[in-house]
Write a protein that binds this ligand. Structure first.
Ligand code: 26V
Length: 811
């Protein structure tokens, strides 16, 4: 384990400062001081890695996690924690007159992800390292991460997230490990030594340059790597000979088109658009990643026939599915293997996770576009499809409907989910219900064809970031109460259960919650000038803004509560602060209107004296990992209110639970498993069941107009959307009104309204009984350990990747 004493640390730090900035520490600003500390920490981790390399014999199976998104957030705090030197550093810095917490706030979030899927990848990296699994990330180094959200006059405005404008101290550029990725051109077929060979000619080469970020495990000295690829022109394509030929503009065009590949993260995770640039991004990082894995494998003397014994490649959703044909290409065209051998190796190396059942997010590429951009990969996909369709024919002769549903290529498209299922040995969903829906509904044809491929791996979150780092007071309370065994074995948090009736622990928990609420309210005051009552219930919904997540349902009940308060200013309710945060995809009109509506009701309610500050609404700008770390520990209520069946898992639900919030939830995604852990009395469940939702979808019979006409509360609040009650421009919220009425309320907001309001009444009653409330809170914390991503990764390692137990510490 790594150890450093305070004085050595201080010396190292001051030295690092001079080396980096060329001047004395005392002249620097906070950002420079952060950079020096970050660089020093990176050096410490690098040294550990170098030490490890001396003893590593490269025999352990290596896992590669391919993902278009890694939403790491800030790394300084988590690296210090994992190195086990946070306290020493804090003291040392104090002596130099620096507050570590303040210094940390100068780190820019690394926001290379849209939401849950990207953050999950980041939690997995932390857990793989902490479980001593050699597991590495592979992705894209976007120059611009997820956009920065500004709220101007109540509306979302997007600004580019130029996160690299400040030095990223964690990454190291590795030009010598660059790879060439080939786009376009033609494939010439030739017989060479009796073997049909495929020669890719006239292609446009792109240089993929890796940037490595080391990932350190928690107090175990394991060091893994996150490799993000950046697209650059192949150097000799952009040289002076071009200029001398007068092709200056052409050269610039080439440079720009290449750099565009890793320029920007697509900011939408629910609506799929067949954009050529996205296909380029996918092939770019997958090809670079697979090439570098294979060349490394061979460098260490690996036998390609046994690739799957040494390497597991996991694809995070369908975005990296081209790993399948790319690995085939290398095995066929470079390693000269037979199709049968190449296919056996590929399909025993690659595994796939599905993260959504939303049909509009399922990727499919127009064949013509695909063929033009990736001619050799196209040929391979075509061959995979033909062979697969032949197998289908053998089993389902003349069942044309089924065969065409399952085919990889049909109707002019290549269907990535079908390719991912056929080309991998494991397909998993991310929560029990989600996996069941995949098996029984969305992917049922495939499930009956390959029953053994399908399995569930319920998501998790790293308890190191989402408890120890973001809620140190709660973490210390746990340590004082039940010891620190849970840090290594998070399910041991369950020992807290026996304190569920301990008034002393409840009081301490209440105080910690209060402190976290004060910290959040100060942040809100400083950033938005809004005063909030820290004795009020902090009722929080933070996540991407989307119709299926039903921020609208939440808004409708706030509008209803407001109406009640106006009618009866003495209404006996517990004061509540409704906190929202989240980004809308820039092209998603309805979601942007929802943000406007939240801000409109906030303005109206917060300024209405009749409300007497009993309720307040706050929309926090620019939701991101580091903001979540402030909001979540301060929440009393966690709103997880998606339409049942739509949220594959959810992960913020787990973060809130671990921080002692009480969940108000539909029986969707992992909410069900949270309920199973804490039991019905310690979670507030409402809304349609899976069966009711599926019946509406299959049999119809839902009419939102009927509800509107029969429920006077709903009638009034919907009318208020379009009569100028919340906006001078009466038409401003027409789209939301239409969504709920004209288009028959696709996500059943109105259907669940009454049940939701009743659930909130239960919250109100429960919160008055503080002893009961904190007992529930303790139970939630105690039962949250199972949702650590250590458990999830342990299950992946054992059940999918077959990582030997010797390298994966038993839980
Ligand atoms: C889809 C697309 C479609 C094309 C444009 C760009 C893009 C980017 C990402 C995605 C993935 C959407 C799937 C997703 O984010 N699923 C979320 O995954 C979480 C982790 O498993 C899970 O907790 C959430 O419930 C699920 O919505």
């Amino acid at each position: 384990m790594f150890y450093i004493d305070k004085n050595t640390f201080k010396e190292d730090y001051l030295e690092k400062y001079i080396e980096l900035h060329g001047e004395e520490f005392k002249f620097g600003n906070m950002r420079q001081k952060y950079e020096a500390l970050g660089s020093l920490v990176r050096d410490y981790i690098t040294k550990i890695k170098i030490e490890n390399n001396k003893t590593n014999n490269h025999d352990n199976k290596q896992v590669y996690y391919f993902s278009m998104e890694f939403l790491l957030g800030r790394l300084l705090g988590s690296n210090l924690l994992n190195l086990g030197i946070r306290d020493i550093c804090k003291e040392g810095l104090n002596e130099l007159g620096i507050d570590l917490d303040e210094l940390e706030s100068f780190e820019q979030d690394q926001g290379l992800g849209n939401g849950g899927l990207g953050r999950l990848a980041a939690c997995f990296l932390d857990s793989m390292a902490s479980l001593n699994i050699p597991g590495h990330g592979c992705g894209i180094r976007y120059k611009y991460g997820f956009f920065e959200q500004k709220i101007i006059n109540g509306s979302q405005v997007e600004a580019p997230e130029n996160w690299l404008k400040c030095e990223n101290v964690w990454e190291i550029r590795k030009p010598s490990n660059s790879q060439i990725v080939r786009f376009g051109g033609e494939v010439r077929m030739e017989k060479i030594n009796g073997r049909l060979s495929f020669i890719h000619i006239n292609y446009d080469p792109v240089l993929a340059v890796p940037y490595d970020t080391l990932i350190i495990g928690h107090e175990n000295s394991a060091v893994n790597n996150l490799r993000l690829w950046s697209a650059e022109p192949v150097s000799n394509e952009f040289d002076f000979s071009s200029f001398s030929r007068g092709e200056y503009l052409k050269a610039i065009e080439y440079k720009n088109s290449v750099e565009a590949i890793s320029n920007v993260l697509y900011p939408d995770n629910t609506f799929y658009e067949g954009q050529m640039l996205r296909l380029k991004q996918q092939y770019f990082f997958v090809s670079a990643g697979i090439q570098s894995i294979i060349s490394n494998f061979k460098k260490h003397g690996g036998d390609i026939f046994n690739l799957n014994e040494s390497i597991a490649i996991h694809i995070n959703d369908t975005h990296p599915t081209l790993a399948i044909p790319e690995l085939m290409r290398i095995l066929l065209d470079e390693e000269l293997l037979s199709w049968e051998d190449a296919w056996r190796i590929t399909t025993s190396t690659i595994s796939y996770t599905n993260h959504t059942i939303m049909a509009e997010a399922l990727e499919k590429w127009p064949i013509e576009m695909f063929k033009k951009l990736l001619p050799r990969i196209y040929m391979i996909v075509n061959e995979i499809n033909e062979r697969f369709c032949k197998d289908l024919w053998d089993k389902y002769t003349y069942q044309w409907d089924k065969i065409s549903r399952m085919a990889i290529m049909a109707d002019g498209y290549i269907r990535m989910a079908n390719l991912a299922i056929v080309g991998s040995y494991s397909v998993n969903g991310v929560a029990k219900l989600h996996t069941e829906i995949l098996k029984k509904q969305v992917m049922s044809d495939f499930y009956y064809f390959y029953p053994n491929k399908f399995n569930n791996k319920t998501n998790g979150i790293t308890h190191r970031r989402w408890l120890i780092k973001c809620n140190p007071q709660l973490s210390n309370l746990l340590k004082e109460t039940i010891g620190d065994g849970w840090v290594k074995h998070p399910t041991d948090m369950e020992y807290l259960y026996k304190f569920k009736d301990d008034e002393n622990i409840k009081d301490r928990l209440a105080l910690i919650k209060k402190n976290n609420k004060i910290a959040l309210s100060e942040f809100i005051k400083n950033n938005q000038g809004i005063n909030i009552d820290t004795n009020s219930i902090f009722d929080v919904q933070v996540k991407r803004i989307h119709a299926y997540k039903r921020q609208v349902l939440n808004v409708l009940r706030i509008m209803n509560l407001y109406n009640q308060l106006i009618e009866n200013p003495n209404l006996d309710i517990e004061p509540r602060t409704f906190i929202f945060a989240g980004k809308a995809a820039p092209g998603y009109y309805l979601a942007k209107k929802i943000i406007e509506l939240i801000n409109a009701i906030a303005t109206k309610i917060n300024n209405d004296r009749r409300v007497k500050d009993k309720i307040k609404v706050v929309f926090m700008e620019n939701y991101r990992t580091s903001l979540a770390e402030i909001i979540i520990p301060a929440a009393d209520i966690s709103e997880q209110i998606s339409t049942t069946t739509k949220e594959a898992s959810g992960t913020s639900n787990m973060k809130f639970m671990m921080n002692g919030a009480i969940t108000v939830a539909t029986l969707d995604g992992a909410n069900i498993e949270i309920k199973d852990q804490v039991s019905e009395e310690n979670i507030i469940i409402f809304g349609l069941t899976e069966k009711e939702v599926l019946d509406y979808y299959s049999k119809g019979g839902y009419s939102s107009y009927d509800i509107y006409n029969n429920d006077i509360r709903i009638n009034r609040i919907l009318n208020d959307l379009v009569n100028g009650a919340y906006c001078n421009d009466k038409e401003n919220f027409r789209a939301i009104y239409n969504h709920l009425l004209t288009y028959n309320d696709e996500f059943f907001d109105l259907r669940d309204f009454d049940s939701f309001v009743k659930a909130q009444d239960r919250v109100d009653k429960l919160y008055r009984d503080k002893s009961k409330w904190y007992s529930m809170s303790i139970i939630n914390i105690a039962k949250s350990g199972i949702f650590s991503s250590d458990r999830t990764i342990y299950e992946y390692a054992k059940g999918i990747w077959d990582v030997p137990n010797s390298s994966c510490k038993d839980k």
